[in-house]
Design a protein. Structure first.
Length: 224
């Protein structure tokens, strides 16, 4: 029993902390500043909060129906975080003229399609070809065999993230003092969650229980 509780605390606690930090950061930044940069940073933090909290609940329940529901719900945060990241990057680099109602709607189409496919996956299996439930040492695990639309979602997300990174890196390299503490912190903050997610998605590094550190890495990048 102690082992079960210790495992749950070890895996769930960082996600709860990440979700609380993210939502508090979003509220604080919006209260302090109402600029587009602040709005999209808050939106990014809100998606990370939802991702983290849903993932924590996914790991907490042993009921297969609830576990699968929260495994799907976390994708609301996952699919929209690259969109929020791109618009934050554009606003941060003084390219907010690209942030229009049309661009927001246009770039949200694939995420919305992804969500509809995820929540109806049992009908067509386009996102996960198979879904497996494993309960071990008090941890509920949902593992899926990736199918075609998982990769559509992944490639689309990486493209948006890379475009946002390109704008920020371009701005950094145009500055005279690129190696200032602020710029280096921003550089680390930009690269850390992206590289970490690649390692996890492609199983380059596999953590115990298939644990996904990506939302926590996003929070660390926000702190940076």
């Amino acid at each position: 029993m102690n082992l079960v509780m210790n495992n749950q605390l070890l895996l769930v606690s960082p996600l709860i902390v990440a979700s609380i930090f993210s939502i508090v950061s979003a509220g604080f930044i919006l209260k302090k500043d109402r600029s587009k940069v602040s709005f999209w940073f808050a939106a990014l933090m809100a998606t990370i909060a939802l991702w983290s909290f849903s993932y924590a609940l996914e790991l907490s329940f042993v009921n297969e129906g609830l576990t699968l529901f929260f495994a799907k719900l976390k994708y609301v945060g996952i699919v929209f975080s690259p969109v929020a990241w791109l618009f934050f990057s554009l606003s941060y680099t003084k390219k907010s003229f690209f942030v229009t109602k049309k661009s927001i709607i246009g770039l949200s189409i694939i995420p919305l399609i992804s969500l509809s496919i995820i929540f109806t996956n049992s009908i067509h299996h386009l996102f996960w070809a198979t879904v497996t439930f494993n309960g071990t040492e008090g941890i509920s695990l949902v593992s899926g065999t990736s199918n075609v639309f998982f990769w559509v979602h992944t490639i689309y997300s990486y493209v948006l993230i890379l475009i946002g990174m390109a704008y920020i890196l371009s701005m950094l390299f145009r500055t005279k003092d690129i190696f200032t503490k602020q710029n280096m912190s921003l550089l680390v903050g930009v690269l850390t969650p992206f590289i970490g997610n690649i390692f996890i998605v492609f199983d380059i590094i596999r953590l115990p229980y298939g644990y996904d550190l990506t939302p926590f890495l996003f929070v660390l990048s926000g702190i940076a």
